[in-house]
Design a protein around this ligand. Sequence first.
Ligand SMILES: NC(=O)c1ccc[n+]([C@@H]2O[C@H](COP(=O)([O-])OP(=O)(O)OC[C@H]3O[C@@H](n4cnc5c(N)ncnc54)[C@H](OP(=O)(O)O)[C@@H]3O)[C@@H](O)[C@H]2O)c1
Length: 342
Amino acid sequence: MTSLGVNTRVVLVSRPDGDPTPENFGLESVPAVSPGAGEVLVAVDMLSIDAFIRTTLDDRDDSLHGSAPIGSTIGALGVGTVIESGDDRFQPGDAVAGGLGAQTQATVPTAFLEKVDTSRFGPATQLGAMGLTTGLTAYVGMKFVGRVTETDTVVVSGAAGAVGTFAGQIARLLGAKRVIGIAGGPEKGRYLVDELGYDASIDYRAGSIDARLAELAPDGVDVFFDNVGGDILDSVLLQIHEGSRIVICGAISQYGDMNNVTGPRNYLKLAERHANMEGFTVLHFAGRFAEARDDIRGWLTEGSLVEHNHVERGIERFPHALDLLLTGGHRGKLLVDVSGNA
Ligand SMILES: NC(=O)c1ccc[n+]([C@@H]2O[C@H](COP(=O)([O-])OP(=O)(O)OC[C@H]3O[C@@H](n4cnc5c(N)ncnc54)[C@H](OP(=O)(O)O)[C@@H]3O)[C@@H](O)[C@H]2O)c1
């Protein structure tokens, strides 16, 4: 193997107990590695900070996204440029997206990558509005699981985050009658209404959301797109009615202790009200990605879909960015630009 430049990577030093702390991570610089057959060496431009990363930090056999061994590079999706290729289908200069890991020079199997066109929509949009774990997740969850119609009152939790900002806007674009966002703090509430076109917002940090939700959705909630789980899911279950659809996109309130996930106490409302709760992962809808990207591209172009990216700069900011995600210190899509580390 030939050594090239330097790869700076974020490794797992110890497993977090609850929210990760800086001590759980280390930064290493090692020689970049030439790709073998079926691999490419990629100069990473931008990394996506996603909730699933937290679940990979635990030692669990049944973790959906795998369990990072101590000392390994933290898993992350990213966009970068091929420098050297061991696969005829990828050439130096190609822009690629996929599982690059939290590092600056990634040697990875091409099976984990797809080519992307960054000429019109750059790396941030490729990972955000058009990205697997963000825009595509919001689109397929709202359209094919939530099955939003024009008579629907839609509620989104985690509404000011990456998936949430797109889920609410997409509900509106699909014709929803009323869109209500749940997020932490008054500033995020104003952001939802003033900048994203939500009809109303609820600040869950101000206390129980029950009364405010009943006031904002007096006829009940038709579609609940849930990113949070826990108490918020329980509160919304009290407001559903016959035929409501509860979309389980995620449960970020539970990721700090996955051995003790708390399910909904009010799930019997589903039976009482003949409602449906359905979970999904975005990969269940791979056959719909082309359609989703076409729509999202069109909405971005006509300006009816707004993207808000929170970009941290430098690979060393990766642990801080993950902390922001888990504590809500951002709006929209969280990214780490590592192009300056090259
Ligand atoms: N099903 C799929 O295929 C799929 C794919 C991608 C992501 N997801 C899920 O989508 C959800 C959102 O992910 P994301 O990447 O878009 O993150 P994000 O929404 O950008 O960030 C997470 C947000 O969750 C909120 N939050 C954190 N802890 C909370 C708690 N205990 N109670 C209430 N809110 C809390 C914070 O906002 P506040 O300031 O409002 O608290 C934070 O901004 C996650 O559950 C993730 O697992 C699912």
